[in-house]
Design a protein around this ligand. Sequence first.
Ligand SMILES: NC(=O)c1ccc[n+]([C@@H]2O[C@H](COP(=O)([O-])OP(=O)(O)OC[C@H]3O[C@@H](n4cnc5c(N)ncnc54)[C@H](O)[C@@H]3O)[C@@H](O)[C@H]2O)c1
Ligand SMILES: O=P(O)(O)OC[C@H](O)CO
Length: 323
Amino acid sequence: MNSLAVLGAGAWGTALAIHAARQGRAVTLWARDGRHAAEMAEARENRRRLPGYGFPPSLRVSAEWPEGASLAVVGVPMQPLRATLATWPARLPPLVLLCKGLEGGSHRLPLEVLEELRPGQPAAILSGPNFAHEVAAGLPAASVVASRDLALARAAQAALSGGRLRLYLSGDPVGVQLGGAAKNVLAIAAGVAMGAGLGENARAALVTRGLAELSRLVVAFGGEAATAAGLSGLGDLLLTATGERSRNTSLGLALGRGASLEEVLRGRSAVTEGVATAPALLARAATVGVELPVCATVAALLEGRLDVQGALHSLMERPVREE
Ligand SMILES: NC(=O)c1ccc[n+]([C@@H]2O[C@H](COP(=O)([O-])OP(=O)(O)OC[C@H]3O[C@@H](n4cnc5c(N)ncnc54)[C@H](O)[C@@H]3O)[C@@H](O)[C@H]2O)c1
Ligand SMILES: O=P(O)(O)OC[C@H](O)CO
């Protein structure tokens, strides 16, 4: 691997750029906004998205398109992915997407959006239990890099593993992407339960039944049940649904305490992927006849069709069945 580009200076892209540069790799962090790039180059830190973590010397910041990279990590969130890709040059190096979610409207997974726009573009997905600030702090973490193109996934694994970040390889990109999408929606459910004072029993039940929903969905889409039980599924669900640092859980907490969705979103600049993903996930699951009761309840809450008591009622009054 010669040089690595990180396209998009959000929190997670920046953390991975810092991590890779610490491993001695030549890394260019590209920001679309020239002012943001200039600020980062001056401060040697991304004060807008990941304050407090200085850039290693081998991390270069640029608003100029990084030519000649042999691999590029894409740090753009799910909803702006399509519009952002459309502005990029025709020829791109192999890509590693970081986003977790489904596109509203098309209900597509990240690699599907890419394939639709750039047919044949080599790409992988990286997903797992990773808060950006912990990786930037050099704390130990693990994640999964998945692609149908295992040679590319191996190249990404080699380029980004090292130090305290351990990447596992997977040939199940659909299962990995569904895990990253569903955990955001399920984390909102966990947050609502805690915010509304429903108790830790309720949270554990929601997370576990949510994992069962995810497993059914992964298998229905031709993925492996083991992927749902791995880092990108159970692992990320554990982290996101229990960590108050999670934007999805904290949004759920606020809703559970009685705030409206508009109030919560008004106060944030960072993405909360579960909001747009909840209805998209349901629509996608309906195409293969998979029922997602916990995710459906979150979607109904977000759309204002249910309040917390109504949500609780709709889940508890479902017919009892085998686990
Ligand atoms: N932050 C984390 O800890 C973390 C960890 C793992 C995965 N992820 C995933 O990585 C993706 C990026 O998350 P993040 O936390 O780095 O994002 P962020 O909110 O910190 O930054 C978003 C980045 O995308 C760019 N962008 C382009 N178009 C945009 C638009 N229309 N709206 C918002 N931003 C736009 C912004 O300029 C910015 O660089 C998400 O899908 C998220 O789920 C995040
Ligand atoms: O803050 P969240 O909820 O977007 O979660 C961040 C990461 O996806 C955790 O793996």
